[in-house]
Design a protein around this ligand. Structure first.
Ligand code: ATP
Ligand code: MG
Length: 304
C-alpha cells in the first residue's frame, strides 16, 4: 500500500475570468518511508496538490488516498496520518508557542503530550521561545512553530510545503537533520522546495510539475544521470557568439554552457576564442539538479 496515492487528480478553480485548470490528471504514488520531492516553478500546482491531500481543497476529478484512506470519504483517518506544514504562515496570535502546540495536540486527540512537545521545541531551536507569544516571533521562528505544529501527533506522513522559505542557513540545516532523522525512523516525507540543492541532497525520488502536469517522475539519481553532462562555466563581459548564445544560461557576468564531453568543451572554448570573447574564472562542473530542472521546464509541452 502506498503512503500517498494520487490517481488522475484534476482541479479546476472558478475565477472571475472563467474556469482555470490548475492540475491536469496528476497520478503518482509515494511509497512508505520515501523522502519524496515535488518540484515546479511558481504556480505549477504544488500547493494545490498538497491542499487536496490535506483535505483543504477538493479535487474536481480523481482520488487521493493516504495509507489507503480516501481523503474525501474517510477524511478524519486520512488527516490523522498526515502532518502538514503549510506554505502560508497562519496563526492564532493570542497564544504562546507551547499553548499553540498543546491546542494542536488536543485537536488530534493527543493528551499529555508535553514530553514530545519539549523534544520538538528542543530539536527546532525553540526551547527558549516556549512562552513567547506567537505575534512576538520573527518570520523564521513562526515557520519553526508551523513545523512543530505539524508534528505534534507524530504523523507517519510529513508534508512540507516550502518549509525553508525565509529560514536562515543554520535552522535549515537543523531542520533537515531533524526531518532526515524522522525519515530514518520510518516517517514518509513529501517536500516541496525551490532550493534544488536541498532537494538533490534529501529526496530519493522527485516529481516535477509544470502548469499542473507531471513532466518528470524518477529517482533523483536517474534524473541526474540522464543529464549526466558537464557544464562549462565562466565569467565574461562580452556578448556570446550566435552559435553559443541560445545554449547558454546567463546570470549577470556568469555564463554556463552544457557540454556532453571533453570534445564539446573544447569546441565551446574554440568558438569563444574565435569570436574574441574574453573569459575568466573558467570551470567545469557536473550538471546538477538545477540544470536538470531548467532542461525539463524548457522542453516544449509536457511529456511523461
Ligand atoms: N483558490 C484559487 N482560485 C483560483 N486560482 C487558484 C487558487 N489557488 C491557486 N490558484 C492558481 O492555481 C495555480 C497553482 O497554484 P499553486 O499555489 O498550487 O502553485 P505552487 O506550485 O504552489 O506555486 P509556488 O511555488 O508559488 O508556491 C496558480 O496559477 C494559482 O494562481
Ligand atoms: Mg506553493
Amino acid at each position: 500500500m502506498s503512503a500517498v496515492s494520487f490517481q488522475s487528480v484534476s482541479k479546476t478553480f472558478s475565477t472571475p475570468k472563467g474556469p482555470f485548470q490548475a492540475l491536469h490528471d496528476v497520478s503518482l504514488d509515494i511509497e512508505e518511508g520515501e523522502f519524496f520531492g515535488l518540484l515546479g516553478p511558481n504556480g505549477a500546482g504544488k500547493t494545490t496538490l498538497i491542499s487536496i491531500l490535506a483535505g483543504l481543497a477538493r479535487a474536481t476529478q480523481g482520488r487521493v488516498r493516504v495509507l489507503g484512506h480516501d481523503v474525501q470519504g474517510d477524511f478524519a483517518a486520512a488527516r490523522q496520518r498526515l502532518g502538514v506544514v503549510p506554505q502560508e504562515l497562519v496563526f492564532d496570535p493570542f497564544f504562546n508557542v507551547r499553548e499553540t502546540l498543546r491546542i494542536q495536540s488536543g485537536y488530534f486527540g493527543v493528551k499529555n503530550n508535553d514530553a514530545w512537545i519539549d523534544e520538538l521545541l528542543e530539536s527546532l531551536g525553540l526551547a527558549d521561545k516556549a512562552t513567547a507569544n506567537m505575534r512576538q516571533l520573527s518570520g523564521g521562528m513562526k515557520r519553526r512553530v508551523l513545523v512543530a505544529q505539524a508534528l505534534v501527533h507524530k504523523p507517519p506522513i510529513i508534508v512540507l510545503d516550502e518549509p525553508t522559505a525565509g529560514v536562515d542557513v543554520e535552522l535549515r540545516q537543523t531542520l533537515w537533520q531533524f526531518i532526515a532523522r524522522l525519515n530514518k525512523q520510518g516517517h514518509t516525507v513529501l517536500l516541496t522546495t525551490h532550493y534544488l540543492e536541498e532537494a538533490e541532497a534529501l529526496c530519493t525520488r522527485l516529481a516535477m510539475l509544470k502548469r499542473g502536469q507531471v513532466v518528470a517522475l524518477a529517482r533523483t539519481s536517474e534524473l541526474l544521470q540522464a543529464a549526466s553532462a558537464n557544464v562549462l562555466r565562466f565569467k565574461t563581459d562580452d556578448a556570446l557568439p550566435a552559435a553559443l548564445a541560445p545554449l547558454a544560461r546567463v546570470t549577470g557576468r556568469v555564463a554556463q554552457l552544457p557540454a556532453q564531453n571533453a570534445q564539446e568543451i573544447e569546441r565551446h572554448l574554440a568558438q569563444l576564442r574565435a569570436a574574441g570573447v574574453r573569459v575568466e574564472d573558467v570551470e567545469i562542473r557536473k550538471a546538477d539538479l538545477e540544470d536538470v530542472f531548467l532542461n525539463v521546464m524548457a522542453a516544449e509541452g509536457a511529456q511523461r
